[in-house]
Design a protein around this ligand. Structure first.
Ligand code: SF4
Length: 260
């Protein structure tokens, strides 16, 4: 048993916290004693979150047609991919997907839009859909619509939206190497706007995009500072036509280490 990992884990179990110095020790020690890291991460997860998995279901409200340049994304019009052309999902398709989610026993249903933000017309449509999904299926509704203003966030809350997804994607220092058409600060601001409007926030990132261990740690610390509710973790699946096509995918062991 690695005593350094155990000591830090005991501290986490007692206080619910970990500091940057302890994270650095874990990164170094886990290179030698990887399974100790997994063992203690599992104990910490069991202690604070139990052994139940909550599943959510998502539908794409708009696919492709995005003018932004996130290098991992197949939906950008800047890259030649099968998904770069815009396609809007009909109300009927979205409601059918919500009905299926209900049948599958899912509690939360998310509507995801490609693009930097949504237009007035789309926001109005979404307000109606959110109300309908809540009333007809009794599902919690989440949305991922890009950058939103305070007024837009309030309208979504009034329609019954409960959670907003807006990922940081990576650390502030690495962000500019992955996205140049908007800033990290825009993402932080949107998270804060959503929270101020009363929405819970789901925010995480994508790994395997050339980031360092430090980038991963800095993103995690920023998410903690922002008090986000849920952290989605994505791992790059390189898509042909995007700048990150050809990037070596992360080994399963590294993915487990990132989660732990
Ligand atoms: S803003 Fe969203 S949809 Fe647009 S390129 Fe970036 S990740 Fe893709």
């Amino acid at each position: 048993m690695n005593e350094k990992i155990k000591t830090i884990a005991d501290c986490c179990l007692a206080s619910g916290k970990i500091d940057e110095e302890q994270i650095d020790i874990l990164l170094a020690e886990a290179r030698r004693d990887f399974f100790d890291l997994l063992y203690w991460a599992n104990k910490i997860r069991e202690t604070f979150f139990g052994n139940k998995i909550k599943i959510c279901s998502i539908v794409s409200g708009r696919l492709g047609g995005c003018d932004q340049d996130c290098k991992f994304c197949a939906q950008s019009t800047r890259y030649e991919t099968d998904f770069s052309k815009a396609r809007t999902t009909s109300d009927e398709e979205i409601l059918n997907a919500a009905g299926q989610a209900k049948l599958n026993g899912v509690a939360n249903f998310g509507i995801v839009y490609s693009g930097r933000t949504v237009s007035e017309k789309e926001l109005t449509r979404l307000q109606g859909l959110i109300k309908q999904i809540r009333n007809e299926f009794g599902l919690g509704v989440c949305a991922s619509l890009g950058v939103i203003t305070t007024e837009q966030a309030q309208r979504l809350v009034q329609a019954g939206l409960s959670r907003y997804n807006h990922n940081l994607e990576t650390s502030e220092q690495h962000f500019g190497k992955i996205v140049t058409t908007h800033k990290y600060a825009d993402r932080v601001r949107t998270i804060q706007v959503a929270q101020k409007a009363g929405l819970r926030v789901c925010a995480g990132g994508i790994f395997g995009i050339g980031e360092s261990d430090d980038d991963r740690v800095q993103m995690a610390l920023e998410l903690r500072r922002l008090s986000v509710d849920t952290v989605p973790m994505n791992f790059l699946h390189p898509i042909e036509g995007t700048p990150l096509w050809g990037t070596k995918t992360l080994e399963p062991r590294e993915i487990l280490s990132i989660i732990a």
